[in-house]
Design a protein around this ligand. Structure first.
Ligand SMILES: [Zn+2]
Length: 329
């Protein structure tokens, strides 16, 4: 609690400051009010909004207790919520610190890196497979970009569900965008397996996209993706059993599945922020901004996607050689 002298100083500092912003009004104490007006969050770190030479003020960040219901999907993240932002303010918050900063940058950086590598000609597209290279790279970059948009623009929380749907579409873009090539190149001498493998995967994946977009809970949203993972794992086991395709690619595919699985479990279990609770109501928790479960999941997914890209590159040459041999038999 502030002393009487501190309260006088705080009251003086607040004099003349308009308090129309409901988020600021709902701060728990005069010190919180001051902290937020100064562009600092509850942990004393700079918040998303920065004053523009004192002439323009952006919206603040709020605690869990004051966040809109639609943003309250992880009860262990207690501060740094953006709400009621306009789209320009959401974009400006790319450079600020809030509880989506880590989620944005863990997918923005790999998107930029992969796009630069592909567009900058730093990587030679796979021999005889320019279209497959473009589709795979595009679907992975597209997945990252839609994720970045979701995490950036959810601050405009009235449109939250639209951005969530686009995020789900991005996941499916990556899941559906490269699997047909993995199957085609994974079984170069088994056309029936290629046909059935892709037919089953896409027969699940295309309706799965619609079901996930319409789902009302994370469990229902993730269930079709889980079924698709099961099909991919079965195809990998089959591929291992009949020793088809590149062995290096196989290792990359298994590593990707393991990374995505670990990331998914961490995200569902809300580790490690579950173990670092806030000291009380309207208090920040240690991992509100960095190192929480969703960011760990993002890093795992990004590493997994990049591994798939590498795996397909390994498969490209091997599959072409094996396909020629099979056709000559
Ligand atoms: Zn995310």
């Amino acid at each position: 609690m502030p002393s009487a002298a501190q309260e006088t100083v705080i009251a003086d500092s607040l004099d003349g400051v308009d308090l129309h912003n409901y988020k600021i009004q709902q701060a728990s104490s005069p010190q919180d009010v001051l902290r937020q007006r100064r562009g600092r969050n509850a942990a004393g770190r700079p918040a998303a909004q920065e004053e523009d030479g004192g002439a323009r003020r952006g919206p603040g960040v709020v605690f869990w207790e004051d966040a809109p219901q639609v943003l309250k999907f992880n009860r262990f993240i207690r501060s740094g919520y953006r709400a009621g932002y306009s789209y320009p303010q959401c974009l400006a918050s790319l450079w600020g610190l809030h509880n989506e900063t880590g989620n944005i940058w863990t997918h923005l950086l790999p998107a930029v890196a992969l796009a630069m590598v592909a567009l900058g000609g730093l990587e030679r597209p796979w021999a005889h497979a320019g279209v497959a290279y473009a589709v795979t790279t595009g679907s992975i970059v597209g997945c990252f970009v839609l994720s970045v948009c979701y995490h950036c623009f959810m601050g405009c929380h009235r449109d939250y569900k639209t951005w969530l749907t686009l995020d789900v579409c991005g996941v499916y873009l990556a899941l559906l965008g490269s699997q047909w090539i993995a199957v085609e190149w994974g079984f170069p001498c088994h056309p029936a397996l290629r046909l059935w493998g892709n037919a089953i995967y896409y027969a699940l994946g295309i309706p799965g996209l619609a079901l996930s977009c319409l789902a009302g809970s994370p469990l229902r949203r993730g269930l079709p993706m889980l079924l698709m993972t099961a099909v991919r794992v079965c195809l990998l086991i089959l591929r291992w059993a009949i020793a088809q395709g590149s062995a290096v690619a196989m290792r990359h595919y298994w590593a990707m599945e393991a990374l995505v699985f670990v990331g998914g479990v961490v995200n569902v279990c809300r580790w490690p922020e579950r173990w670092q609770p806030a000291p009380g109501p309207r208090k920040a928790a240690l991992l509100d901004h960095w190192g929480n479960s969703h960011q760990i999941m993002h890093v795992c997914v990004a590493a997994g996607m990049l591994l798939v890209h590498r795996a397909l590159g390994e498969d490209a040459g091997e599959a072409f050689r094996a396909g020629v041999e099979c056709a000559a038999r």
